[in-house]
Write a protein that binds this ligand. Sequence first.
Ligand code: BYC
Length: 335
Amino acid sequence: MYSQALDGKVAVKSESMDFLEEFQKRIDAEEKIEPMDAMPAGYRKTLVRQISQHAHSEIVGMLPEGNWITRAPSLRRKIALLAKVQDECGHGLYLYAAAETLGVSREEMTEDLLEGRAKYSSIFNYPTLSWADIGAIGWLVDSAAIMNQIPLCRCSYGPYARAMVRICKEESFHQRQGFEIMLALCRGTDRQREMAQDALNRWWWPSLMMFGPPDSESRHSDQSMTWKIKRFSNDSLRRKFIDATVKQAEFLGLDVPDPDLKWDPDLNGGEGGFRHGAIDWEEFRRVISGFGPMAKERLAARRKAWEDGAWVREAARAHAAKTRSANRRDSAVSS
Ligand code: BYC
């Protein structure tokens, strides 16, 4: 019915109801789907879309923070920021490798990004204007990332789930590092506290948008949840994030920039939760359509890196070809 290989040559003869039902049974039994297993074309396509966009987000996500490496306020802060940005590069590489197991090449994924066919997270379209933004990214953006990514450790596709385990451990360290920067600023001078508040004002709403459109407009959620790629809806993760983060803002002595934020003791089955004000979904749609404040700069930086790296890819290919022909010669001599 299905034959497929890691080189992406997927021959789909048919997708009978029996095949789809058997596949869903494996998913429902919490079995992991592995690269050489038969899978519906839609499952593969959804994974390639999500994992590649996730990988692009990690790599583009290096840019706003990389912008502050030379201006970190101390050697200690510089070392920690360098390590964080390197971790993000590593996350991108694990994720590209996970997507490659589905038969798509790194070149294709990168071209999709550069040609605007693949997205990256909306959050990385905003500028980092002050050092406090580095604290706010670690605290808010990495918290949001963890909230969204912990459930991905249980994703039905094995290589993605396994990549997420290590990524989540590192993101959790990043979150603490960001919170600690915010804490230092909030316990500092008036000017430092103002910087921290200003960063929270600018990053709060974009952080809520990271979770994706409201459930009513999320076109992929239902199918992704049936396939156990996603475990929770966009809105439910967004609410969890708000509930956890508002208390942290209170601890920091900062005001969440949402006048409509209100504790409702009846939410979450009587455990209580925050009701939040309206999110500007027009802004979100603008940003994910390629019109975010830093969209041009982000893609230009990725394009330059890809073009500057062309000679490395060429040299690696030449080296691989040489090694292959040397191996062939050796095996001809020894046989
Ligand atoms: N930004 O049907 P929906 C990080 C798109 S990296 C841009 O709900 P889905 C970090 C969506 O792709 C953070 N686009 O989609 C790195 C779809 O468009 P297409 C990245 C978004 O997939 C460095 C359309 O809107 N994390 O944390 O079911 C430093 C409809 O949406 C966004 C991941 O990628 C957005 N925010 O759910 C620090 C996690 N939201 O593809 C931190 C993995 C939605 O049809 N991804 N869209 O053209 C996911 O969990 C899911 O893909 C999402 C969206 C929850 C993001």
